[in-house]
Design a protein around this ligand. Structure first.
Ligand code: F6P
Length: 353
């Protein structure tokens, strides 16, 4: 009688809507389709270091599809980070390998962003059977068109921008809203376009604040009563202690004299129930992961390409970032409609005039 395969799942890095949908997708496919056993490991890689886990039965994952956060907990513990003097003699990776064996795992499913997939790849190189699932609101995991968590964050940010239009209009103000995204501008780009942002500032494009000021003055001159400026948190690294929104708002008001306010959306973008698209994507990723495990196909991360789940080798994606490029179709379309990205030179639609 072949040994029942046993899967360990962990969620690591920043939390986001859809994590529980992914856990459920893995667990229900493993149990219902393949009769496998599933262990849920606590708090990311920390749970492997401390050997903290619970069995995930069908009952345990019932009702978690719509839950925000992660029932397993998460952490940003990086096992391969160089040891600090307080650490035990045995290295964290060695502990992880030991506990992986003691738990009788046949495979480890790592649900997380760039840092998590980098660790997953290192563990794979150390001989563990590993499969990665791309998760982050930032959507900056290389190799996949979209990570789950992104659609929910764009929805939350867009809803916030929608609300800012009415208050900016009532007061004839410029309102700067900062969204998350770490060093990528995906949330700002998508929510900025979806929310009708007049200015969208992302870290990937070089921003000339004088262009932004000139654009906003022109809008005011043409009696556009208010403007919405959407800023990714990673812009203007020279801002030091100020938030990106504070820094940009100050630069705008000092250059234009226009009445300006700012809002930092923050962790609301990571909270609450996942959007339907994230529930579907997380479920598809989870289910496809178990099919890979059933075929002993390890060392991969599941990705989405042309609406198809494609497994790619972890060493092809580990440590790489997916960032917005100036020739991205959405950037070009927004520019053509007159949206300002603060780039040097005039927006696309002004070039011919
Ligand atoms: O990676 C997701 C994310 O929300 C980023 O957008 C943000 O910069 C970062 O996590 C915040 O990290 P923490 O949750 O550790 O404060």
């Amino acid at each position: 009688m072949a040994k029942t395969q046993r899967i360990g799942i962990l969620t690591a890095g920043g939390d986001c809507p859809g994590l529980n949908a992914a856990i459920r997708g893995v667990a229900k496919t493993a149990i219902m389709k393949y009769g496998m056993e599933v262990y849920g490991i606590s708090d990311g890689f920390l749970g492997l270091i401390n050997k903290e886990y619970i069995e995930l039965t069908e009952k345990r994952v019932s009702g978690i599809l719509t839950l925000g956060g992660t029932i397993l907990g998460t952490s940003r513990v990086k096992p391969f980070k160089k040891k600090s003097n307080g650490d035990s003699a045995i290295s964290k990776p060695e502990l992880i390998k030991e506990h992986y064996e003691q738990m009788g795992l046949d495979c480890l499913v790592c649900i997380g962003g760039n840092g998590t997939q980098k660790t997953a790849n290192r563990l794979s190189q150390e001989g563990l059977n590993v499969v990665g699932i791309p998760k982050t609101i930032d959507n900056d995991v290389y190799g996949t068109e979209v990570s789950f968590g992104f659609d929910s964050a764009v929805y939350i940010a867009t809803e916030a921008i929608d609300r800012l239009h009415s208050t900016a209009n009532s007061h004839k103000r410029i309102i700067v809203i900062e969204v998350m995204g770490h060093n990528a501008g995906w949330i700002a780009l998508y929510a900025g376009v979806a929310g009708g942002g007049d200015v969208i500032l992302i870290p990937e494009l070089d921003i000339n604040i004088d262009n932004v000021a000139k654009y906003l003055e022109e809008r005011a001159y043409k009696n556009k009563d208010y403007s919405i400026v959407v800023v990714a948190e990673g812009v203007a690294p020279e801002r030091k202690k100020k938030s990106a929104a504070q820094y940009i708002a100050k630069m705008i008001s000092s250059r234009t004299g226009l009445d300006t306010r700012q809002t930092v959306l923050g962790y609301t973008q990571r909270g609450g129930t996942p959007s339907p698209m994230d529930r579907i994507l997380a479920t598809r990723y989870g289910s496809a992961t178990v099919d890979l495990i059933a075929n002993n196909d390890y060392g991969k991360m599941v990705t989405l390409r042309n609406d198809t789940i494609v497994p790619v080798p972890l060493d092809e994606i580990a440590g790489k970032l997916k960032i917005v490029t100036e020739d991205h179709p959405l950037v070009k379309k927004a520019k053509a409609m007159g949206t300002c990205f603060g780039c040097n030179g005039m927006p696309e639609d002004k070039k011919d005039s």
